[in-house]
Design a protein around this ligand. Structure first.
Ligand code: HEC
Length: 186
């Protein structure tokens, strides 16, 4: 085999490496020895991607006087930057959904609703190397809850997300900067 062919071969064998490196796990989610997710630090630095009103998971009709909670979706910053660059989620990407009470009393009094107390938080981790479906869902009910076990296999979270989420089990169609990047939704 000529030197040229050898170097072409070497070059092609080496080529996939940078791509593989670029997709290596972000490793931002930290797990306890019992495989529970630690409540992530510095959540206030996560990037807001979406917001919703009265989107709790129940069948009650929406009541404009008592809309329930305001849901705020945030994405871990390195995962967000990776997505904006590659139009894809890196392994280990984390999303947070925080539910705040929709507060009608405010000073100054406004006609609408503002964010009241934090009610609960949910986290979605995308990681094929760790979870069979590539998705894991965690609930943190109390602000002082330190760890959370993943919802068991076949949970309603993953079923709805994979079926209705427009991009890789997430509701990117409702997140303006993400859907613009993907060219989907509104
Ligand atoms: C019936 C469908 C449905 C079910 C069941 C469901 N979700 Fe969601 N989820 C949604 C929708 C719709 C959004 C977008 C919310 C928004 O725009 O604020 C969402 C957004 C999220 C997000 C933000 C990131 C993303 O993936 O888009 C997290 C985190 C999340 N849900 C966690 C959970 C957890 C935990 C459970 C189970 C306890 C669950 N969800 C069950 C419909 C569902």
């Amino acid at each position: 085999m000529s030197i040229l062919r050898l170097s072409v071969l070497a070059c092609c064998l080496l080529l996939p490496l940078p791509a593989a490196l670029a997709q290596s796990n972000l490793n931002i989610a930290q797990y306890s020895t019992a495989n529970e997710l630690w409540y992530p630090p510095s959540l206030d630095g996560w990037i807001q991607t979406g917001a919703s009103l009265g989107s709790e998971y129940n069948d009650k009709p929406f009541d404009a006087q008592h809309p329930g909670t305001i849901g705020v979706v945030q994405m871990e910053p390195t995962a967000y930057r990776y997505f904006m660059e590659h139009k894809a989620y890196a392994e280990g990407t984390m999303f947070l959904l925080s539910f705040y009470r929709a507060e009608s009393k405010s000073d100054p009094q406004l006609p609408g609703f503002v964010q009241g107390a934090l009610v609960s938080q949910e986290i979605h981790v995308l990681d094929k190397s760790r979870f069979d479906t590539g998705h894991a869902f965690f609930i943190f009910q109390k602000p002082d809850q330190q760890t959370s076990a993943a919802m068991p296999p076949g949970n309603p979270c993953v079923v709805c997300h994979v079926e209705h989420g427009k991009f890789n089990g997430t509701f990117a169609q409702f997140y303006p900067t993400l859907r613009a990047q993907l060219g989907i939704g509104k």
